[in-house]
Write a protein of this length. Sequence first.
Length: 349
Amino acid sequence: MQRFLNQKRTGIRTCALLIALALLCTALLAGCSGESDDVPSGMQTATAAGATYRLYVPKNWTPKTQSGLSGAYVTLASTSDVSAYQKEVPADTSAEDFWLQCEADYRERWEDYKLLNRSENTVSGKKGIVSVFSLTYAGTLLRCMQVSIVSGTTAYVILYTAADTIYETYIDQVYEIVSVFVIDCEPVPGPSYEILTPDETPDGMVCISGPDVAYYLFIPQTWTRIGNDEVTSARAPGDQSNVTLTVYIDSTLLSVDKYWEAAAKSFQELQGFSFLSETETQMGGYPGKTYLFETTVSGVTYRISQTVVIKDHLVFGPMAYILTYTSTPELFDSHLPDVESIRTHFLFR
């Protein structure tokens, strides 16, 4: 049932809105062998699993690959960030075409968006469009730079964003990051599943989230982890009731209500869909809502709750974190104490 619901939810728009960054570069590396990654001297990798590029950053930066996004920052106190992203595009899309699509998104989302400069550069042996622009985010004026590259049907983006007052402070290091950026590589292997040490977990629980996501998901020790590194799921003892934590990135997700409006349209396509209730709640310190509904699949009725919170990401925009509990009406209440414990112990890193 959970797999079926995951397939239905993919109809919800999940495009990641890119925000900007950097780089003027001169000499750049060409292709990637895929057999082994030679990390440039003085650098470290900051590439997320599945990426067909390699993002390297100086060793004094802190890599972060939250929710499958490649990137790094200098310090938490400094409003500066470098990220990389790839996206499939139609054949014959040029780097300039891709940039114009990104720019249209920026203009729609930020009223004070302003393009400051645009130029061309060679990045990893390909033509790159380098765009510098400004916008205001959470009351802070940001100066941003984006390098857009297209190879075949894949667009690659390197992003640098910083408070306008410190933009120049790190720009030379960003140039170095761009100069060693490599595309058209073999995908980075997925992360291995990691359990935190006992003193970092609530009593009687275990962490089942991988090391490269932005959250900790704890489950009772009597539950069983299922799924893989791409989906964080667990099954209740004694039956097939289960919980799953999923993340969606979408520039239109301005509120929890907006998420549910889109999700409900997909759920209503299921046989026997019946909306039961909506309650306010919290998860990971963020306000949210829990939606309760029922639906029928292959003659079996399922009762499902979804707890949804929205956490805004500086670079990629609003991200919806969704804890879904699926059971039958007869068994639903018996696991509610455990599900409530899973929700209350959920933490963002």
